[in-house]
Design a protein around this ligand. Structure first.
Ligand SMILES: Nc1ncnc2c1ncn2[C@@H]1O[C@H](COP(=O)(O)OP(=O)(O)OP(=O)(O)O)[C@@H](O)[C@H]1O
Length: 192
């Protein structure tokens, strides 16, 4: 079985996506770049990034959230064309963002993984970590998994990231085909 060129981890903030991604990167026999939207956001002016982390308004001229998301998505095929494999994680919430992501990745083999986490647990992590706007999880939770047909789903409640990555790695190796992204994009193209 060949590994997918792209592994997508989709779930709310604090669901544990990055923790799984970092552990999974070490297990995979092929090098994967963990390229999240943070790779774009960390290029913002530092004071703007700090405001964003606190959930405050950025008033600097030129700030435009949709263009940052679009820029993130447009980077993905460029990295793939350069020969990189990608392990990307984010909370894709808006329908047009899900559609844009999967359109950019059309033609590549994509594993679409849903990262689930009970709301109360994700909110407790959000409180504890202190580097995310409080309320983000609650806003994302009802919509992040809407319209998605996942190849694999994991629930991070009560299981350590390393154990989750071990299990996910086994599931990826035994997956016969990757249909989730294709079916999700078909659905989004019909209903958006
Ligand atoms: N399986 C887990 N069990 C317990 N705590 C976890 C687990 N996974 C992650 N955490 C903790 O939750 C917090 C958020 O983890 P992580 O950065 O992996 O989440 P995320 O989904 O990538 O969040 P974001 O989208 O905001 O970047 C961290 O403090 C991390 O230590």
């Amino acid at each position: 079985m060949s590994l997918p060129q792209v592994i997508i981890l989709n779930g709310t903030s604090s669901s544990g996506k990055t923790s799984i991604a970092k552990a999974l990167q070490e297990l995979l026999p092929q090098q994967y770049l963990n390229f999240s939207i943070d790779s774009i956001l960390y290029a913002l002016p530092d004071s703007d990034l700090q405001l964003m982390k606190q959930g405050q308004t950025i008033s600097r001229a030129g700030y435009d959230w949709p263009s940052l998301v679009r820029g993130y998505h447009y980077c993905l095929p460029a990295l793939l064309q350069a020969g990189c494999h990608l392990l990307i994680d984010n909370a894709w919430c808006e329908r047009h963002e899900k559609r844009e992501l999967l359109t950019e990745l059309a033609g590549y083999s994509v594993a679409l993984i849903g990262v689930q986490c009970d709301l109360e647990i994700a909110q407790a992590r959000e409180q504890a970590r202190g580097d995310r706007a409080i309320g983000l999880v609650a806003w994302q939770a009802p919509i992040v998994h809407q319209d998605m047909t996942y190849d694999i789903e994991v629930n991070t409640a009560g299981i350590k990231p390393q154990a989750l990555a071990n299990k996910l790695y086994e599931q990826i190796l035994s997956q016969p085909s990757w249909r989730g992204a294709i079916e999700t994009l078909e659905h989004l193209n019909i209903y958006s």
